[in-house]
Design a protein around this ligand. Sequence first.
Ligand SMILES: Nc1ncnc2c1ncn2[C@@H]1O[C@H](COP(=O)(O)OP(=O)(O)OP(=O)(O)O)[C@@H](O)[C@H]1O
Length: 259
Amino acid sequence: MGELCIENLQKTYSVKDGWNRTKELSVFRDISFTVRDGEFVSVIGTSGCGKSTLLSIAGGLAQPSGGRILVDGRAISGPGLDRGIVFQEFALFPWLTVLGNVAFGLRSKGLPRRQREEIAARYVKLVGLSGFEHYHPNRLSGGMRQRVALARALAIEPAALLMDEPFGALDAQTREAMQNALSDIWAKTRNTILFITHDIREAIYLSDRVMVLAGRPASVTFELEVNLPRPRSRFDPLFQTFESQLEAAIGHKPMMAAE
Ligand SMILES: Nc1ncnc2c1ncn2[C@@H]1O[C@H](COP(=O)(O)OP(=O)(O)OP(=O)(O)O)[C@@H](O)[C@H]1O
């Protein structure tokens, strides 16, 4: 099971203005949606609309100002093994090998070493890094490092996987290869995924549904069901239509009457 339910979420930061007076910055409000068991949902929106804040709250790393997030019906109160997180920065331990990095998270599950390594090896294979188990991160490319981060998050077998711009630091070619890899992996694991990106095409390629955050304070202003068959082609004519709809919803360009 893995259902992530976001209920009436709000976030307000206290910030100082130019005269050193404290004022309240309302980042987003009234955000409610559910990522169903086995569903891939992306959140897109312009810079500063609160995407990373939303993910941090879902990860239990930040507190909401209102509302709550439930995983399989239980309200979260902090980080937990029921959620795996992958950030843009790879956040790997440089002194541990690929296998060591992936096995590390399993310590908190209280598993014996041998079992940790068995599970880690399985996930290293799943992300396509067989043969690199004993490499250290400094000998891996950016894409390979992000595969390790993905394997580490998957290995704890979380109810939900939270991904914050995971391919944002990669060059365009590697980014596309990683989108393909994630799509293939997800086809096998069917994890519940909440994915943050500012890349519209990436969201369409990967997601079952795309939520658009817009406005100040931001709220979900548009929701798109990406009913393209999988495995997907970036050349599908509908891809272009969805792209135009999402661009218009974000506010990049006006929607054409025919779209
Ligand atoms: N700790 C903080 N204190 C005060 N303001 C903050 C804090 N963290 C974020 N903000 C503000 O909250 C807003 C949302 O930030 P956030 O990083 O969540 O947006 P984002 O949509 O992820 O942006 P980007 O796409 O550029 O990463 C921004 O205006 C940001 O300046």
